[in-house]
Design a binder for this molecule. Structure first.
Ligand code: ATP
Ligand code: MG
Length: 571
């Protein structure tokens, strides 16, 4: 059996055309290179090339986990409903939880994450502070019935995750376990070849760094991030930033101005010839308890539903009918003279600004010169808007930049959330029974693969970073009919395999153009090209897929030289 793979044997059904369903480069290229195939919506098979890359990512993850003392294990995918009822998540997880029942009509979840299973596993058996800390991890298929599965491996309903859980005796211990995990996650991103940012995920209101997401930077990423030159970075949804709200037009007194048909902020700003930040936007919602609420935010910022949900619970935007029923005029809502029964909240960034341009709560009219405290009083000033480019960094005040990212992993301090609800305790030094301080951590293995391709591709195909390339070198024999060429190429493949390099030999009777195109599409980091004329002169051509650079290399030295290039770029 040869120690190298051949293209003639490889199962990689490539596509000539771009698949219509693929919007993202990574999705398109993984399909075209014959690496993945869709079985059902959000459910994919990994073909041999993809599986080799997955295994390399997993190996890097395992090395980093083992290095911080985490222990690998495997829990079942099936998870009995009773455990989820104990934690309270059987009902709150909603339709995303894939549920099945057995022949005895017992309910199970297909694990989307394993806090319940793991907490149940250790309770009663991890008994003493002397046994702590413990970190356990696994690499396993997870299931989430995503509302919108899309982008191939990026957001699947069945996907591969490395999940880990830490158990500590106290908060300091949890912090240390968390920090170690965070360090390992940063190294994983670097080693798989991702440009990624650790981003504050949890609200700054809680304070400290209790959750960080690692975001692979990509224009097509679903997450919006703000970051600062000082090193601060946060999810737009989580960042509590300094917003500079401009003062509105008008004098010291309230003036009622006729603004016919000008319901949209952009129209209002143009009419008064002021920036949108000088306008105030009014958002009408109904909170979890059915209370009608108006929120006033800066005109140039977006209302953030995740932040709002923290204050208002399970709220919804008011529809046209509800607006009417509450006595609110669409497009002209404002804080002054709200109908009775409508509660008023304002975004904290507006506190201290004294001249507001707002809707008049009357069709086709706005008010200028409105002053908080004198003309109205909100129930509270809350953090209600998403951060955006130019807002002040909460740590240093400098203007923030915007970027988009793909969440590839997340670390999370859980505290006693699960250990308390599930009664998982240990005997502490002082003899007292205490709940574990837990952390949970996840790396999207299959999403990482997609993220690498998303960051690393060009018009010809994938450009694999060496550490996760399915094969590190492709040897192309341009004319297999020529025995000298075929022998030279085979010899190179053998020598590279012998040197421990992952090599694939294109031994097919195909045209040179086809071989070049497929090697580029599949993205092998190095190509060694054996042509008739070169071989006759004792040389072959080396192509670096990333830079496109080509150089002539003596046949006798080619294998050793490429092997050392590959080793330098392994991680
Ligand atoms: P998202 O916000 O993208 O839905 P999440 O925050 O719900 O992800 P976690 O619970 O933090 O996901 O899961 C850990 C990791 O698993 C994520 O960082 C991501 O890399 C990966 N992951 C989560 N959902 C999916 C999915 N549907 N398909 C592929 N990978 C996923
Ligand atoms: Mg997450």
């Amino acid at each position: 059996m040869p120690r190298y793979m051949t293209m003639s044997a490889l199962y990689a059904p490539t596509l000539k055309e771009d698949p219509a369903e693929a919007e993202l480069a990574s999705h398109r290229l993984l399909l075209r290179a014959g690496m993945i195939r869709r079985t059902a919506s959000g459910v994919y098979s990994y073909l041999p090339l993809a599986w080799r890359s997955i295994k390399k990512i997993e190996r890097i993850v395992r090395e980093e986990m083992d290095a911080i003392g985490a222990q690998e294990m495997l829990t079942p995918i099936l998870s009995p409903a009773e455990l989820w009822e104990e934690s309270g998540r059987w009902s709150v997880y909603g339709p995303e939880l894939m549920r099945v029942h057995d022949r005895h009509d017992r309910d199970f979840a297909l694990g989307p994450t394993h806090e319940e299973t793991i907490t149940d596993l250790v309770r009663g058996e991890l008994r003493s502070y002397k046994q702590l800390p413990v970190s356990l991890y696994q690499i396993q298929t997870k299931f989430r019935d995503e509302r919108r599965p899309r982008f191939g491996l990026m957001r699947g309903r069945e996907f591969i995750m490395k999940d880990a859980y830490s158990f500590d005796a106290n908060v300091e211990g949890m912090q240390a376990s968390y920090d170690a995990m965070k360090g390992a996650y940063a190294r994983i991103c670097e080693r798989v070849g991702l440009k990624a940012l650790p981003v504050v995920a949890d609200s700054g209101q809680i304070g400290g760094d209790t959750s960080v997401e690692f975001m692979a930077l990509a224009d097509a990423g679903e997450a919006a991030i703000v970051y600062c030159d000082c090193g601060y970075a946060a999810d737009e949804e989580a960042a509590v930033v300094q917003v500079k709200a401009a003062e509105g037009p008008g004098g010291p007194e309230v003036e009622r101005v006729h603004t016919p048909g000008l319901g949209a902020i952009s129209d209002v700003a143009a009419f008064f010839d002021v920036p949108e930040s000088a306008c105030r936007k009014s958002i009408a919602i109904v909170d979890g308890e059915g209370r009608a609420i108006v929120c006033i935010i800066p005109g140039d910022h977006e209302f953030n539903e995740i932040k709002a949900a923290k204050h208002f619970g399970d709220f919804r935007m008011m529809g046209d009918e509800e607006l009417e029923d509450a006595g609110l005029v669409k497009g002209f809502i404002g804080p002054v003279g709200l109908p009775e029964g409508v509660a008023l909240y304002c975004d904290g960034s507006l506190e201290g600004s004294t001249c507001w341009l707002v809707g008049a709560n009357e069709a086709d009219y706005h008010l200028t010169g409105v002053r908080p405290g004198r003309d109205f009083e909100p129930i509270a000033w809350l953090d209600l808007v998403s951060a955006k480019e130019g807002d002040g960094c909460p740590e240093c005040g400098l203007p923030l930049h915007e970027a988009r990212g793909i969440e590839v992993s997340q670390v999370f301090q859980l505290g006693t959330k699960y250990s308390e609800s599930m009664h998982a305790t240990f005997a502490d030094e002082d003899g007292q029974e205490k709940p574990f301080q837990m952390g949970c951590y996840g790396v999207g293995i299959s999403r990482t693969l997609a993220a690498v391709v998303e960051q690393s591709n060009d018009e010809h195909g994938i450009v694999w970073p060496v550490p996760v390339a399915p094969y590190e070198v492709a040897v192309l024999a341009l004319s297999m009919k020529d025995a000298e060429v075929a022998d030279a190429a085979r010899g190179l493949s053998e020598a590279l395999a012998e040197a421990g390099i992952d090599v694939i030999f294109d031994d097919r009777d195909e045209r040179a153009g086809v071989k070049f195109a497929e090697a580029d599409l599949m993205g092998f980091p190095y190509q060694l090209v054996c042509g008739k004329r070169g071989i006759a002169n004792g040389v072959c051509e080396l192509k670096d897929r990333a830079t496109g650079e080509r150089s002539e290399v003596a046949l006798a030295e080619a294998a050793a030289m490429v092997a050392s290039l590959v080793r330098e770029r392994r991680s």
